[in-house]
Write a protein that binds this ligand. Structure first.
Ligand SMILES: C[S@@+](CC[C@H](N)C(=O)[O-])C[C@H]1O[C@@H](n2cnc3c(N)ncnc32)[C@H](O)[C@@H]1O
Length: 262
């Protein structure tokens, strides 16, 4: 009874992700399963953040390090930050396997404890939708960047349902047990996910307009929304069921790049 007295919402979110660490990289959209997809990610990052050229980058909520490794490929000096030790263990094992010199640290992305003005770029994929306090987070990220530095937020509204969501659900019911695709978290995990989602800032789904507004409020120059994720989605679609691929292609998914004024 008393064991969980101080168990906070942050602990709950962290533990949820830790419990997903073991199978996280088995899912399309998490780990990268083709060179075609890798090239599409490299292109997205490069067109917003430019060449790595030894510049200091921070991958916030790096998880198993998928984005950290892409940044490393592009020549950035990379720090990957996550608050889940289980996720970081996966990220570190991958770095060791690839002999990639990436620094991984266990911290909260809303309070990083990193030095102010120490990064040229910050990148983060699929973190913002689960933030408790995006205002505080964006203020923190602004302070970590050098003047002229950029943040690239890759995220989406994974809450709103559209016609493709309904079609996918029907298809999954009809083919239950027959699917080759590993995209079902299980009912218990789905319930935990729903419980967490109900209480985060973007409980109604992370919309690009609201993120742009909050980034501007934090001091970033006019953020640019990039909807051109088609090359990534088409590459992923080759490894997915067609209803899932259709849903992904029609969801509100985006990248937003914003710069700290000089
Ligand atoms: C959907 S996964 C994304 C992982 C990685 N960015 C990727 O795209 O493959 C979300 C990750 O965010 C981490 N996370 C969520 N909130 C966090 C926070 N406030 N501070 C640090 N990590 C956080 C979780 O531990 C988890 O590893």
């Amino acid at each position: 009874m008393t064991a969980h007295v101080n168990y906070s919402q942050r602990d709950e979110i962290r533990d949820y992700w830790s419990d997903r660490a073991e199978t996280f990289d088995l899912q399309v959209g998490h780990e990268i399963f083709s060179e075609r997809e890798r090239a599409a990610w490299h292109a997205l990052i490069s067109r917003h953040l430019g060449p790595g050229a030894g510049r200091a980058s921070l991958d916030l909520a790096c998880g198993t390090g998928v984005i950290s490794h892409l940044m490393h490929d592009l020549g950035f000096v990379v720090t990957g930050l996550d608050w889940s030790e289980a996720m970081l263990a996966k990220a570190r094992a991958k770095a060791q396997k690839r002999s990639a010199d990436i620094r991984f640290i266990m911290r909260d992305a809303e309070r990083t404890l990193e030095d102010k003005r120490s990064y040229d770029v910050i990148v983060t994929r699929h973190l913002v939708w689960t933030l408790l306090d995006p205002k505080a987070a964006f203020a923190e990220w602004f302070s970590l960047l050098k003047p002229g530095g950029s943040v690239l937020v890759i995220d989406g509204d994974f809450v709103s349902r559209n016609w493709a969501t309904r079609m996918r659900e029907v298809w999954e019911k009809l083919t239950a047990g027959k699917s080759r695709v590993s995209d079902n978290d299980g009912a218990a995990m789905a319930r935990r996910h729903q419980n967490i989602l109900a209480r985060v800032y973007f409980s109604g789904g992370a919309r690009a307009e609201e993120i742009v507004r909050l980034l501007a409020e934090a001091g970033f120059d006019q953020p640019v929304v990039d909807w051109k994720l088609g090359a990534i989605h088409r590459a992923q679609a080759r490894q997915m069921s067609w209803p899932k691929a259709l849903e992904r292609a029609t969801q509100h998914r985006f990248a937003i790049c914003a710069t700290k004024p000089q």
